[in-house]
Design a protein. Structure first.
Length: 435
């Protein structure tokens, strides 16, 4: 069986076997992703992205593909959407907009919607694990964009009622356009558009498969192995959906920096003031240095979110969870901070990619004054946020143009959506802000 056929079969098993408890857990990721998307609609790049989409429709309302592309892009713009660190992919931003789009247009129960989200996210993670996604950064590839079309295609395929064979064709059509080059300098809109395009391509692939179109089922066996320089590994065990091992993010910056910010917080709790140090030395798993910097004068919000200097500035200002802080990148006073340095750490390398830890050292003129080690940032299955914390994050992010009482009501319905019939799901999906 080809890799794509295996992924399709796995997705259908995940959807069929999703327990009520796992469905509730999946709804938390849906809630979190929608909050990220609402926040992203207020990002400085959002108006230009929207104008481009509208200009292609000559004044008509946006089509489903354009809405999904914008929604997926917005969900990642502020770097606060969920991540699966072991596979180095974003499992939710590409699939939740597809699920909500189809739920507005077709009769879908809450259980079906959550099963499709869990299965789509599972395919992104499984593809990332089997094709060694964490190593792809060194090759200049962005795994999140590379594998996102597969998850979006599976989510759409399941909500369209397709069988496993048709889902495999949808995956093949989605795989035919896989790509996602990681910039070596400016991130900007080009970086973010990749994820939106991937989600839209996945939706189109599932609709194409429904119309009988076909593509090679061996694209991940031969061509992808040649392009990526490595063959796909064996299927992983299926004790439960991969999505449940993803992490909900707290800080609005690159994920490798989250453990460092927690370590700085720990040092502050011990009575140390990082701002008074001569140097703040941040040690991370060496592969993650590919997508973080010590840029003191970032050229945009994306570069600010990738900068350890800006992340430290945000923490010391108690605004590291606020996307607005990184959006105002030209106002961050990095010159008033200690010297921030980044280094790889062999000890942390041994735990990567299962753990994205950090060691932070506060240094004075004569050496290390204090240090703290965080094995991995909070938000994953071993150190999860509570339901109340996830809801509060949602309400904080959704405050960008969504009245708090309406957002709170929507969140309450989301918590019970696993029990909802098609009519209630359609109303609930329509109630979420759309691009």
């Amino acid at each position: 069986m080809s890799v794509l056929a295996e992924l399709a079969a796995r997705a259908h098993r995940v959807a069929a076997d999703l327990s009520p408890g796992d469905a509730v857990a999946t709804s938390r990721f849906v809630l979190d992703t929608v909050g990220c998307g609402v926040a992203g609609s207020g990002h400085p790049l959002a108006p230009a992205l929207t104008r481009v989409a509208e200009s292609l429709h000559a004044g008509d309302s946006l089509d489903a593909r354009s809405r999904v592309a914008l929604a997926a892009t917005f969900a990642h713009l502020d770097e606060v959407d969920a991540i699966h660190t072991g596979a180095a992919v974003l499992p939710c931003a590409p699939v939740v907009p597809v699920a909500l789009e189809l739920a507005r247009r077709r009769p879908v129960t809450g259980a079906q919607l959550l099963a499709a989200v869990a299965a789509g996210a599972d395919v992104i993670v499984e593809a990332g694990i089997r094709l060694h996604a964490p190593t792809l950064y060194a090759r200049g590839l962005w795994p999140a964009a590379l594998f996102a079309p597969l998850g979006a295609a599976v989510t759409a395929s399941l909500l369209l009622g397709q069988d496993a064979a048709t889902s495999a064709r949808a995956l093949a059509l989605a795989a035919a356009g896989l790509g996602g080059l990681l910039s070596a300098d400016e991130l900007g809109a080009g970086h973010y558009r990749l994820l939106g395009r991937a989600a839209a391509d996945g939706l189109a692939a599932a609709l194409s498969a429904e119309s009988g179109l076909r593509a090679s089922l061996t694209l991940l066996d031969g061509p992808a192995a040649a392009a990526l320089g490595q063959r796909a590994g064996s299927p992983t065990a299926l004790p439960g959906p991969h999505l449940l091992c993803a992490a909900v993010k707290l800080y609005a910056c690159a994920r490798p920096l989250h453990a460092a910010l927690e370590a700085l917080d720990e040092l502050r709790r011990r009575g140390h003031d990082p701002s008074r140090s001569a140097t703040i030395r941040i040690l991370l798993p060496t592969p993650t240095l590919r997508f973080v910097t010590t840029d003191k004068r970032p050229s945009g919000p994306a570069e600010a979110a990738a900068s350890a200097v800006c992340a430290v500035a945000g923490l010391l200002a108690d605004r590291a969870t606020d996307p607005g802080f990184f959006r105002a990148y030209d106002q961050i006073r990095a010159t008033e901070l200690p010297d921030v340095r980044l280094n790889g750490d062999p000890g942390l390398d041994a735990r990567y990619p299962a753990r994205w830890g950090a060691r932070v050292e506060l240094c004075g003129p004569h050496g290390i004054v204090a240090a703290a080690l965080v094995d991995d940032a909070r938000g994953g299955p071993e150190r999860p946020w509570t339901d109340a914390q996830i809801r509060e994050k949602f309400l904080r992010l959704a405050g960008n143009g969504w009245p708090r009482d309406e957002a709170a009501e929507w969140a309450t319905h989301c918590a019970d959506i696993h029990r909802a019939g098609a009519g209630m799901v359609a109303e609930w999906a329509a109630g979420a802000p759309q691009p």
